[in-house]
Design a protein around this ligand. Structure first.
Ligand SMILES: [Zn+2]
Length: 75
């Protein structure tokens, strides 16, 4: 889970970019914080750089594969 102290520094957005799930090892579609859909681990990536690969961290069988979802975007 990502944490913050001052909500005034964040804007809520309904942009479809937050609904997209990107496979590990693929280029980040935006700069920002990404959350693993399987376990909730967060990482930071920048636009065009590769997201961490499938062996970035361990999942149990119920958690499935690593899939990255943008949860906070920077401009
Ligand atoms: Zn994970």
């Amino acid at each position: 889970m990502a944490n913050y102290k001052y909500g005034k520094f964040l804007n809520q957005s309904d942009n479809a970019a937050f609904d997209r799930v990107t496979d590990p090892g693929h280029e980040a579609p935006h700069s920002g914080i990404y959350r693993c859909e399987g376990c909730g681990e967060n990482i930071v990536s920048t636009y065009g750089h590769r997201l961490p690969p499938q062996n970035h961290h361990q999942h149990n069988q119920a958690q499935g594969s690593i899939r990255w979802r943008l949860i906070a975007a920077t401009h």
